[in-house]
Design a protein around this ligand. Structure first.
Ligand SMILES: [Zn+2]
Ligand SMILES: [Zn+2]
Ligand SMILES: [Zn+2]
Ligand SMILES: [Zn+2]
Ligand SMILES: [Zn+2]
Ligand SMILES: [Zn+2]
Length: 374
């Protein structure tokens, strides 16, 4: 690059090197397009920094590059400061400064971002109660390491356990009815067991049953470890996918609300439907992370109580999901009954997904974790 003593020349405010303005601008654009957020004087071995304000001035007529540079600056800031993170919602550009007083806590507080996403104030991840920040991090790492091994295990299609018709999951509800008109078998998407055994009184789809076989061979042991992992992974993933399919449920519920309003119910009277969808989302999120928590829990009485509570919440959540997906009855009395049920279930789920006993355990330091996975 030519150093020029002419009037149209330009350089950083931190050194005396001057360059042709066009080349200088070209250099700046090039650096930014290569991902740089710290630009130095183009002179050989000169370490003077180009000031951000000068860069923004020069790029005034080039908003694309200017925004790119802004983004590099922000990314760089977030990466370099340990207490900052982006909002966990994809596409949201909010930045969180973690509460330093959370440092000694197992899990931060639930804070709501302006995009509506609930965030953990300690680690900046999506709100992940009941599992603590450090274990969630470990779980994510494990998922990255093992992703190849079990990708095949979880697909969006499964075979009916009775007639082997391939069934595609098209909603968040885990109560699946076989599409074959001869079969119509009702089963649980997660464990493929008969659905009638999943009634709230006997809901143990969530509990992992340890295999009792001899554990002599190390290969056998590693297979069992994988099975155990897959058990928790599948259930966690399943709730995650239900959450991802939530827009479908929201659309169904919106239609229902509109239908009820045509039948002379007011907006306020049908609001319970929308509230229930929000509760359902929260419950599923809680359940999703409860499986991460359970994976690391050591078998104990406390762990068993936790699983009872988890099963209870899961049963109620699936009930709520089913109520919301079902067709509306035609008579006004029956609609009143549906409303009462939805509201009761939603209230119950909301209360139970606070998982207060887990937080009590955190404050008493009473949770014990398996050391196998550390
Ligand atoms: Zn220089
Ligand atoms: Zn030039
Ligand atoms: Zn956000
Ligand atoms: Zn966290
Ligand atoms: Zn079938
Ligand atoms: Zn099941």
């Amino acid at each position: 690059m030519l150093e020029l003593p002419v009037q149209e020349s330009i350089g950083t405010t931190n050194c005396d090197h001057k360059f042709c303005k066009r080349c200088y601008l070209y250099y700046i654009r090039d650096k930014i397009n290569c991902g740089s957020s710290l630009l130095r004087c183009p002179a050989h071995k000169c370490l003077a920094c180009v000031e951000d304000t000068q860069i923004f001035d020069l790029l005034a007529s080039d908003p694309v590059t200017s925004n790119k540079f802004k983004k590099h600056l922000v990314d760089n800031f977030v990466i370099n400061f340990p207490w900052t993170s982006f909002c966990a919602q994809p596409g949201c550009e909010m930045i969180f400064r973690a509460n330093q007083s959370d440092a000694s806590k197992d899990i931060g507080n639930e804070v709501i971002c302006s995009c509506g996403e609930a965030i953990c104030s300690k680690c900046g991840e999506t709100w992940h109660s009941p599992v603590k920040c450090s274990l969630l991090k470990r779980w994510r790492k494990k998922g990255e390491d093992d992703s190849e091994t079990f990708n095949w295990i979880h697909a969006n299609t499964k075979d009916c356990p009775k007639c082997h018709t391939t069934i595609e999951k098209d909603g968040g509800c885990n109560h699946v009815v076989c599409k074959s008109s001869y079969c119509k078998y009702e089963f649980c998407w997660v464990c493929l067991g008969p659905w009638d055994k999943h009634g709230s009184s006997f809901y143990n789809c969530n509990r992992y049953v340890e295999e009792k076989d001899s554990m002599k061979e190390s290969q056998e042991r590693s297979r069992m470890n994988l099975n155990r992992y897959v058990h928790y992974y599948n259930r966690q993933k399943n709730h995650e996918e239900s959450i991802n399919l939530e827009h479908k449920l929201r659309a169904t519920v919106k239609e229902k609300a509109q239908e009820l309003m045509k039948r002379d119910m007011s907006w306020v009277e049908v609001e319970f439907l929308h509230i229930a969808v929000d509760v359902l989302r929260k419950s599923r999120k809680c359940l999703m992370f409860s499986y991460v928590f359970a994976f690391y829990l050591k078998k104990s009485n406390c762990a068993e109580i936790f699983e009872d509570n988890q099963g209870d919440l899961e049963g109620a959540t699936e009930d709520l999901s089913m109520y919301l997906e079902r067709k509306l009855p035609s008579s006004a009395d029956d609609v009143g009954e549906v409303k009462r049920r939805v509201q009761d279930k939603a209230r119950y789920c909301k209360e139970r997904s606070k998982v207060e006993h887990v937080f009590e355990g955190y404050s008493n330091d009473s949770w014990q974790y398996t050391d196998k996975y550390f």
